[in-house]
Design a protein around this ligand. Structure first.
Ligand code: 5GP
Length: 112
């Protein structure tokens, strides 16, 4: 099981801020901004590069939910950023697809 599957199964605690049947969002343990949550499918899709056509509906639902989550967390008006890391250069560390939602401060561009 990936660490995120264990969080989904409530085997590891996390601060869950949003949940639907097949995905959920929880606060990142090492936040990089005042608001930093991870939006994660409950079943392990092994990263964006491991996603399959059959995952498209779930990934679409996750993306469509992001404005709602951003509003709930109070960053919709100020702005927020979605990030999916792939591979070493991007700093991917957990092999279970996740979308970072970051906000609550001005985010530099280009990203570091
Ligand atoms: P990646 O670098 O793979 O794009 O992002 C993985 C993220 O998961 C990191 O930002 C890291 O802080 C977060 N993370 C890793 N382990 C845990 C954990 O056990 N709980 C929570 N809430 N976040 C975690």
């Amino acid at each position: 099981m990936t660490i995120f599957e264990k969080i989904a199964a409530r085997e590891i605690p996390a601060d869950i801020v949003y949940e639907e049947e097949d995905f959920f969002a929880f606060k990142d343990i090492t936040p990089q901004a005042p608001v930093h949550v991870l939006i994660v499918p409950k079943r392990a899709i092994p990263g964006i590069s491991g996603s399959q056509p059959g995952d498209a509906e779930l990934l679409g639902k996750m993306l469509v939910a992001t404005p709602k989550i951003a509003r709930q967390l109070g960053v919709f008006e100020g702005g927020y950023r979605l990030v999916i890391n792939h591979g070493k250069d991007a700093g991917e560390t957990v092999p279970h697809l996740h979308i970072h939602l970051l906000g609550g401060r001005a985010l530099g561009w280009p990203p570091g």
